[in-house]
Design a binder for this molecule. Structure first.
Ligand SMILES: [Fe+2]
Length: 284
């Protein structure tokens, strides 16, 4: 831990209302790509993509413009994206990650749901307690463990195994209305690989406004049309090392994740809820 890890930094891009928050040296791991790769090939690097998938171009550049913030300056609701310290020290995570990976792989091959040891269940219970304390509504929804291989440019796939590329989550339903009020998510990286979470800072309602098509209510059509506009499209990327969490309103912002720069698998645990940025909860 360095001296600057005692501070939080906030990045506000142009007039975007949604800030990016990172603690201390973690902000160095936040980069930007200024080009989109439209219509990614159906099969690229052993990954199958859905038709018309869009990914950020793999040319990530550093970002300037962070401002140091403390305490009250950083209080904000759940419309923020952050890479922040999780509730566990890194040391104990890897044994859990290996067990979760083994259990998930066994479950896939056998068709029997995974059974976890007391150590994994205790870690999950502690994580849920921690998340519940952050959510003022105490309405957290565990999504659970997930495991991804390393070396993947895009991680989210549909039920048929086709990767989505940049997409919007719709856990709370497919409608366009009321997206601002929906759940956001925290996702803890149990390791052992480092992963990336990438996203655009333009919420879906601003995308629709930019299209000047007030009658369009299909969120997939909105984001697909917006990303094809001949304008500058910035995709931001957080580096999420083992032990860190990312927080994001994934029902509002187009996003995906990647393990492209890691040759190790990666286990995550994700929880939906209404998680604001509150200095006292993230100051670890
Ligand atoms: Fe997603």
């Amino acid at each position: 831990m360095t001296a600057e890890d005692g501070f939080f930094y906030r990045l506000t891009v142009d007039d975007a209302s949604i800030p990016v928050i990172a603690r201390g040296s973690d902000r160095v791991g936040v980069t930007v790509s200024r080009t989109l790769d439209l219509d990614v090939a159906a099969n690229e690097a052993a990954t199958r993509y859905r038709p018309s998938a869009i990914l950020p171009h793999e040319h990530w550049q550093p970002i300037d413009g962070w401002t140091t913030c403390t305490g009250q300056e950083l209080q904000c609701g759940k419309l923020f994206v952050g890479v922040l310290p999780g509730p566990f020290q890194r040391g104990g995570l890897e044994a859990i990650a290996q067990e979760v990976r083994d259990s998930i792989e066994s479950a896939i091959s056998s068709g029997i749901p995974p059974v976890f040891s007391d150590q994994v269940r205790e870690a999950e219970a502690q994580l849920l307690l921690w998340a519940s304390a952050i959510d003022p509504r105490r309405e957290i929804i565990p999504v659970g463990f997930n495991m991804n291989c390393g070396g993947r440019r895009s991680l989210t796939a549909d039920q048929k195994g086709f990767h989505l590329g940049l997409h919007l989550d719709s856990w709370d339903g497919p409608s366009f209305a009321g997206r601002e009020a929906r759940t956001n998510r925290v996702s803890l990286n149990f390791g052992p690989g480092t992963r990336h979470f990438y996203f655009m800072l333009v919420p879906v309602w601003s995308m629709r406004k930019a299209l000047n098509s007030p009658g369009e209510l299909d969120v997939s059509a909105i984001i697909n049309s917006y990303m094809r506009l001949p304008i500058d499209h910035h995709v931001f990327r957080l580096t999420v090392p083992p032990g860190a969490v990312y927080v994001a309103p994934t029902e509002c912002l187009v996003h995906d994740a990647s393990t492209l720069n890691s040759d190790k698998f990666c286990v995550t645990y994700t929880i939906r809820g209404h998680f604001p940025f509150s200095f006292r909860y993230w100051q670890q």
